[in-house]
Design a protein around this ligand. Structure first.
Ligand code: 5AD
Ligand code: SF4
Length: 439
């Protein structure tokens, strides 16, 4: 039998860290099956697009990318697979609307992608079935983008059903990974010299070891016992599931970074109620007080949705008030868009687009001011930074993150990638700090 030429594959990832992590796993599986990674879609026989469905805009970005791939396909023979959350949501519809697409695989079917490297999957196939089981990928296989910071999935799916959110329909119900497997992967990262572990899950705080029933806080303690990685982060937390024991565990474990992503969504209790978030503005502020009492200097980041159905000027003003009170270290803000199947999609999308746009701009303006003021205070300070590589926008500088998860771009005589270094802050912008590596 004549040996086939290896399949060259290219993966384009949209969406969250969970998607980035899934792509690293898919890349590993394709490699094992004999595939070779290509640097650009133009050099690939197989393009895999890992998709995000969380907002209308995420889907629009995908559809414009598929348009570009359809053009590429006219010029060369390339197979196209759409995987992840939009694949789960739209299934066959993608094949019907985008004839250039050959395969559709949901987030729970990533393992089946391996067969694509051997060219033995029927064209025009759709696979979006769920399994109750946890699919384990051996940690050695994963082909990670970073050699300093490694993602470790702890759980998948979400049972919260916030009124605006599509995730329970794309990622399914909560599934927890056995603690023993999480620890195996953390040990694998430790052996490879990784200095940071990022524990992932759509609703990571509700983690429970399926074997022992140990909750999230216990899992954190066990992960911290693995020698090697000096920093541990986790995301995403939900204020409703963020129990005081988690704050206490964070405070007790020095390796857990003094940083937390805690999506607020809205500062108005009335809107939070309509969003079915399960906490009020006061509950949120209580968590912030507890965190700051236990860990002074902790940096918080958040997500805000503006223009949820029925959001009034007064509701919106309450969101701005919380931003002024909490002073988040960073913030992601979005205009509400109705998503299929969600409860809120049955409500009238009542806030006009221009109002949403104005509110978004106001949030972003206020947050920029806050970050500029807080960054200014850091000039002259020296801080520990994990070197992650060259700066994307500043290739003459190296880039890293400090414990508070702030981006630090800095000058260094030797390559600090994959090491902790001390950096003196000499300048700043609204979204990053600038510095020099100390002697
Ligand atoms: N419209 C706008 N933003 C949304 N998000 C989730 N669903 C929607 C939606 N329908 C935002 C939330 C969430 C982040 C990942 O995306 O802020 O935390
Ligand atoms: Fe997007 Fe949510 Fe899916 Fe992540 S889990 S890719 S944010 S829809």
């Amino acid at each position: 039998m004549r040996k086939q030429k290896p399949v060259r594959f290219f993966i384009r990832t949209f969406g969250c860290q969970m998607n980035e992590s899934d792509s690293e796993r898919v890349s590993g599986l394709l490699h094992r099956a004999g595939g070779i990674a290509a640097d650009r879609p133009e050099d690939a026989d197989l393009v895999i697009v890992n998709t995000c469905a969380v907002r209308e805009k995420s889907e629009e970005k995908l559809f414009s990318y598929l348009g570009r791939l359809a053009y590429l396909k006219k010029r060369r023979s390339v197979r196209i697979a759409v995987v992840g959350c939009v694949a789960q949501l739209r299934g066959w519809e993608i094949l019907e609307k985008y004839p250039a697409v050959d395969y559709v695989f949901g987030p729970d079917n990533a393992a089946e992608l391996e067969a694509l490297a051997q060219r033995d999957v029927a064209l025009k196939s759709v696979s979006t079935s769920w399994s109750e089981e946890w699919h384990e990928t051996s940690p050695e296989l994963i082909r990670r983008e970073s050699r300093a910071s490694g993602y470790v999935t702890a759980m998948e799916g979400c049972d919260n059903f916030c009124a605006y959110c599509i995730v329970p329909y794309t990622r399914g119900r909560e599934k927890y990974r056995p603690l023993a497997s999480i620890l195996d992967e953390v040990r694998d990262l430790a052996r490879k010299g990784y200095l940071e572990v990022v524990l992932l899950g759509q609703n990571v705080n509700s983690y429970k070891d399926p074997d022992s029933g140990k909750p999230f806080a216990e899992m954190l303690k066990e992960v911290a016992l693995v020698d090697g990685p000096g920093w541990i982060r986790f995301l995403t937390s939900h204020p409703k599931n963020f129990r005081p024991e988690i704050a206490e565990a964070m405070a007790d474990i020095p390796k857990v970074c003094r940083e937390l992503h805690l999506p607020l969504q809205s500062g108005s209790s009335a809107v939070l109620k309509k969003m079915k978030r399960g906490y009020s503005r006061e509950d949120y502020l209580d968590i912030v007080s507890l965190l700051r009492r236990l860990m002074p200097g902790i940096s918080l980041s958040t997500d805000i949705i503006v223009g949820f159905p029925g959001e009034t000027d007064r509701d919106f003003e309450e969101t701005l008030e919380v931003l002024r009170t909490v002073r988040f270290g960073s913030l992601f803000s979005f205009r509400y868009s109705p998503r299929p199947m969600t409860e809120a999609s049955k409500l009238e999308d009542s806030v006009p687009k221009e109002v949403k746009q104005r509110r978004l701009a106001e949030v972003q303006f206020l947050q920029k001011e806050i970050q500029l003021e807080d960054h200014r205070r850091l000039v002259g300070k020296t801080m520990k930074v994990l070197g992650l590589g060259r700066g994307r926008k500043t290739p003459d500088l190296y880039s890293g993150r400090n414990e508070n998860n702030q981006v630090v771009n800095f000058r260094s005589a030797e390559d600090p990638t994959g090491r902790f270094v001390e950096v003196r802050i000499t300048g700043f912008g609204p979204y990053s700090l600038v510095g020099e590596k100390g002697g």
